[in-house]
Design a protein around this ligand. Structure first.
Ligand SMILES: [Zn+2]
Length: 216
């Protein structure tokens, strides 16, 4: 196993989560929080959860034995540290420490005037709900917002390739598609692997090529 770090870009297609003129839309429910400066971000827990879900699906599709592991309920996950499914082996389980660490996904640009972020107001209760964010549309527009973050850890080259593939399979954030953040494109911009004591930057495509070579 080797240390690695991935830099990840999440492109959010804002036209998909803005309602009609003059209307507010609850677009980022539960998966967006705000930092001390009031900037919106996607918490590391949401990021990790989404990547793990795709990693599990990918491993299953590649033919790996998932050992009847059914996260996220700990009682349904792998309990034998010597017999872990590939997801628990990398992301952790009640009996296994995670080998990957996810950062928050932070916005890259200041909020532009066309889309304003405010604290959500629940109209029925007429109260401001803590932590709920809404976008207010100023004008119909298509533009892309970008969030960036990192994933680092300790893994085999094969696991790193599978992790990159899983990250790039993410298509949305949020608990449910309809209530979530909306459609996103996720790309691993850079991958750094520490080999023979030196940080190398192999081409992501070269790493992904390994998926075909090692699938069981
Ligand atoms: Zn498991």
């Amino acid at each position: 196993m080797i240390p690695f770090e991935l830099s990840v870009n999440v492109m959010l297609h804002s036209d998909l989560h803005i309602a009609g003129v003059g209307r507010t839309a609850a677009l980022i429910d539960r998966c967006i929080e705000r930092d001390a400066q009031g900037r919106p971000y996607i918490p590391s827990t949401s990021f990790k959860g989404r990547v793990r879900a795709h990693y599990e699906r990918l491993m299953h599709a590649l033919g790996y034995d998932m050992k009847s592991c059914k996260p996220p309920a700990p009682r349904n996950m792998c309990k034998d540290p010597n017999n872990l499914c590939p997801a628990c082996a990398l992301f952790g389980s009640p009996v296994q420490q995670s080998r990957v660490e996810f950062s928050h996904l932070m916005p890259q640009s200041a909020t532009e005037p066309t889309t304003r972020i405010g604290v959500g107001v629940n109209r029925k209760l007429n109260t401001v709900e803590q932590g709920r964010l809404f976008f207010y549309e100023a004008a119909p527009q298509t533009r892309i917002e970008m969030f960036t973050g990192t994933v680092r850890g300790w893994a085999t080259e094969t696991e790193i390739a599978q992790l990159i593939a899983a990250i790039q399979l993410i298509t949305h954030f949020g608990g449910q598609k309809a209530r979530g953040l909306g459609r996103v494109c996720v790309e691993v911009e850079k991958a750094y692997l520490k080999q023979n004591g030196k940080w190398e930057e192999p081409d992501a495509q070269t790493l992904l090529q390994r998926l075909k070579e090692v699938a069981p």
